[in-house]
Every structure is written in C-alpha cells, then in structure tokens.
Ligand binder design. Structure first.
Ligand code: PHE
Length: 550
C-alpha cells in the first residue's frame, strides 16, 4: 500500500535534512568564512575530509561522528532495577490502557525495572491490531456477522501488520524476544501489474516504462536539449547510464528487452519471446506508474521481514514476558481520573489506582472516555481521523500461484478496488496456502467492509479473476475477512493527522500523570515500530520522573 498510503499520515515529510545540517550543534550556514580555523564545525570538518579523501572517506567520517544514515541508534535505555538502588526509592505502579503492541511494549520495558504494571484490555485477547487468524478462531465484528475461521492446520492469515522493514525497532524486539524471522517478499518481478484492464508481469511493466523514459531522456540529451544544464562530460555519463537503465539499443531506442521476461524462458534454446512492447503512448496510457514504484519508499524497500509462523508471535512473546496475569481482558475503561498523587481508572470490572497511567487506546476512542485531563486533551485526541482498511485471506488447496504462475511471494498491484494481492512468503511448496485477496484502504475498504463476509469473498474473487482467470476460484477452501473500522474497541486501521500540529505534540507529553502512547503519536503511523517507539518514549519519560520525584 505504499501507494501514497491513502491515509497513512499526511504526505511524507520532505527528505530529511542532509546529515551535515542535522542536530542542534549544526554548523553555521553556508557563507561563514571558509577555513576559519577557530570554528571547526562538523560540516567544515566533513567538507575538508570529503575534499581530501573523497566521498568514501567523508562517509566513513560521518559514521564515526554518528551522522551516517546507517546509524540506527535510537538511544533508548530500558529502565533497570539498578537505577533505583542508589536513590533509595522503588518503582511505581502503572496502569496501562490497552494491551496492543504499544501497551505490551510499555509493560515489557517497565517490567525490566520491576514496575508493577496492570494492563486493561477491552477486547477478549491482547494484541490489538496485531492479529493472526487461524483455523478455530472466531472473528466478531461491529454491526456484522461473526466469522468462524476454517483454515487448515498450519495455515495463518496476518489480518493486521504483515511486514517489517529492517530499520524498524520491531525487528529488534524479534531479536530480543527470540522470535525467528524470515524474508517477506515485498517486491516480486514475477507478480502482476493490473491497470486499465490489462495484466502484465511487474518485470514487463517496469522494463517498458524504464525503457521509454530512458529513451526520451537519452534523445533529449543527445539532441543537446540539456546542454545548458549539464557539461559535455556529464552528458556522456548520463547517456551511459540511460543505456543501462532502459536497456537501450545503439540508436538510443527502446525496442523491448529481455528484462521484460519470456513466454518460455531460455534453456536448451533461447526460449520464446513475449510479444513486442506497446508504443510509448500505449505504455504511458497503461498507467502503471503507481504500481511499479510501490516499493520505492523507505518503508517498503526490500528486503522486508516477518516472524515465522505469524505476526502474533510478537504478541505471544511480549505477553509471556509481561506475565499474562497482569492483563485483564474484557476490561473496558469508563473513566480516567488524574489525582494529585496518582491516577484512578474505572473499568467495566472495577477500579485500578496507580501512580501513573499510560493510555494507548486509539485516540478517537480515548476522546470519548470521561476524564479530568482538560478540554484541550479531548480536542487533541479527537483531531486524528480514523482510516478504514480491510483484508481478506483466501485459502486454497493448491498453491497454483507457485505451480502455474511461478509467483513466490510478493504483491500484485492493481487499480481495482482490491488494490493489492499478497502471495505468501512462507511455506513454499506446501500443499495448501493462503493469499491476501484484497488489502485496501479508505473508500474501497469501506465498500468491502459494508458487505457480508460472503459478498466480500465473492467480490474479491470476481476482481482477482480479472488477473488470474478462472483458476482464482478453483480449489478455494475457505476465507476470512477483516474490516478494521468494524473491529470493536479499535474502529479503524490507523489514523491520519490533518497535520502534525500542536495537538500531536501536546499528546506526546503527559497530561498530569497520564502518558499517551501508540503508533498514532509518531511519524510511523500504521507500523508496529511506531507503537513500540512511542511506548519507549513514554517509558523513558515516566521512569525519569519516578527517579527524580522527591
Ligand atoms: N504498514 C502498512 C503496510 O505496510 C501501512 C503503510 C503502508 C504505512 C505504506 C505506510 C506506508 O501496508
């Protein structure tokens, strides 16, 4: 869904400022006297190293200075029991609202220092949106029928999060908790692109688009159209690159390329070629742009990863570490009261009094719970807009996408209302398998969400058939679908902030003794990593406060 992620936060921020200007100690603006030895700044130093040793040396130096983008040090130190010993005080009691990824992470980190945490979870199980469905599960829905999941042994459906980028802290938790991970194939040249009623392999769509773009630019360059903006040497370098980028012919023409793939791949003979590419006009008119740039974003770039056996391994392991007895399920919060010396939280099963509270519920639901944190807090909580998203898991008795289409994992991108089809990145060559028949957001998700489970499946099959043909119905064993906006106590897939304004920053600070946490309080909305980073932030703030309190 990297497609502008309909609703995953506001448009991505412009590229982060280049490392040299980052940080409060940033160098003076350009124009400051060069080589003014007295003011040796990081930028000045790097420019010097760059001039003397080239980019490689400069980059290495940046690494040493902690500026290189490979530096993933988030500077989080988990609270430790030892933090208290010299200060002669003990840890505190904390009530955590919500046992999703944010709540569990907070409890896990606080638990390392012996904090006494109680988690109140309105749903019947912990995990929140980290939900993996298996045979025997029952999925209920607001204003809709319940679904009994009938998948076979070993088959699972990650109904919520499904992929993790390697730079994300979610992967650190997998390591720390001993959760085995495997590659999630987010980009597969053999998957399809279906736009404007036509289906082609992703490799073909890319080769044609890159080819023609390269040809146009190469011709413009060759005709001298860029002479005012590039030097003759750079023109040659650019042409050299464009030949490779587009696989251009000697006359800088795109005439198709083996990169497009084959009808029959080469072996003893040279194989059978695909029909020739369409014209430039046809390729442009096919509208494959979104589909073939889907993984260009930093969140979606390959490789990505998934826990072996289902995303909910993260929940299971966090829950184990926290202690299941600390989590009260079916506990719906009804009132939050900030007191001078603590917090009181009323819920459907009673009242919890604690020193501090971390509220991780979705903001639009928190906003409706009576509290004494002030009108500004309520208004801020009501600011982010919930976004709908849905998925369907289609279980088949054969893995025809592997056997017949030679698709091993990856995503087919479409301009249909199903938006994406995900093929499983695990258990290759097994007998059965489950693919995600739609993963959509916004109005398409609402449209599917409003249907009965049977009608969702029917519609998903009708759409998928346009890509895969009749076999899309063949061997279908069972299905299960989720509409996140209809999940009780969640009511949205994620939220979108109209802008990351003062409401956002207000809630990043505690209101009295109540802290807030969740992916919705980060720039990593719709990622578990957001929930985890936010939980770490709240834990850090809370722990500092406890250590400093008289
Ligand atoms: N994390 C979700 C996904 O990978 C939603 C998302 C998509 C968020 C793209 C940001 C960018 O599908």
């Amino acid at each position: 869904m990297a497609d502008s992620a309909e609703g995953a936060g506001p448009a991505p921020a412009p590229e982060a400022e280049s490392a040299e200007g980052a940080g409060p100690a940033a160098a003076p603006k350009a124009g400051s006297p060069k080589g003014a030895g007295s003011a040796l700044t990081r930028r000045g130093l790097l420019i010097g190293i760059g001039a003397a040793g080239g980019a490689g040396a400069m980059y290495a130096a940046m690494g040493a200075l902690g500026l290189a983008p490979s530096d993933q040090d988030k500077q989080f130190t988990a609270p430790r029991r030892g933090d208290f010993t010299l200060r002669g005080k003990g840890s505190a009691k904390v009530v955590i609202l919500g046992a999703g990824v944010a709540g569990l992470t907070a409890a896990y980190e606080l638990g390392k220092a012996g904090y006494d945490c109680t988690l109140l979870e309105a749903r019947q199980q912990a995990g929140g949106r980290n939900l993996t469905l298996r045979g025997g599960d029952r999925l209920t829905e607001l204003n809709g029928p319940a679904q009994d999941v009938r998948f076979g042994q070993g088959v699972y459906f990650n109904a919520g999060p499904g992929r993790i980028a390697p730079w994300m802290v979610a992967l650190d938790y997998c390591r720390e908790l001993g959760i085995p991970i495997e590659t999630f194939v987010n980009n597969n040249a053999a998957a399809y692109v279906h736009t404007n009623g036509r289906t082609v392999r992703a490799r073909t769509a890319r080769a044609d688009m890159y080819g023609y773009v390269a040809e146009l630019l190469a011709k413009a360059t060759d005709l001298g159209a860029l002479d005012k903006v590039i030097t003759g040497e750079d023109r040659d370098r650019l042409l050299e690159f464009l030949r490779r980028f587009g696989d251009l012919g000697p006359k800088l023409e795109y005439e198709g390329s083996e990169r497009r793939g084959f009808t029959r791949y080469p072996a003893l003979d040279g194989g059978a070629a695909l029909p020739a590419p369409g014209t430039l006009h046809q390729v442009l008119a096919a509208g494959t742009g979104r589909a073939i740039t889907n993984d260009f974003g930093y969140e979606q770039a390959t490789p990505m990863f998934q826990p072996v056996g289902g995303m909910d391994a993260i929940v299971t392991k966090l829950q184990e570490a926290v202690g299941a007895d600390r989590i009260r399920t079916g506990a719906k919060v009804t009132k939050i009261t900030n007191l001078a010396d603590g917090v009181e939280v009323a819920y459907t099963g009673g009242v919890v009094k604690a020193d501090y509270c971390i509220a991780t519920l979705p903001p639009h639901l928190l906003a409706r719970i009576p509290h004494n944190l002030g009108a500004q807090v309520t208004a801020a909580l009501a600011t982010p807009v919930p976004v709908a998203a849905g998925k369907i898991g289609l279980e088949y008795g054969t893995r025809w996408w592997e056997l017949e289409d030679r698709i091993y994992g990856g995503v087919t991108e479409t301009d249909l209302d199903i938006t994406h089809i995900w093929y499983p990145s695990h258990d290759y060559h097994a007998e059965r398998g489950l693919l995600v028949g739609y993963y959509n957001t916004g109005s398409a998700a609402e449209l599917y969400g409003a249907l009965t489970p049977e009608d969702r499946r029917h519609r998903a099959l009708t759409q998928g058939k346009k890509i895969h043909g009749e076999k899309y119905r063949r061997d279908l064993l069972s299905s299960a679908s989720i509409a996140w906006e209809r999940q009780e106590h969640i009511q949205g897939a994620w939220v979108r902030w109209p802008s990351f304004d003062s409401s956002f920053t207000l809630l990043q600070r505690p209101a009295g003794r109540v802290y807030f946490a969740g992916d919705w309080l980060t720039h990593l909305i719709a990622w578990q990593a957001g929930a985890m980073e936010s939980a770490r932030g709240a834990v850090t703030g809370l722990h500092q406060r406890v250590l400093q309190s008289p």
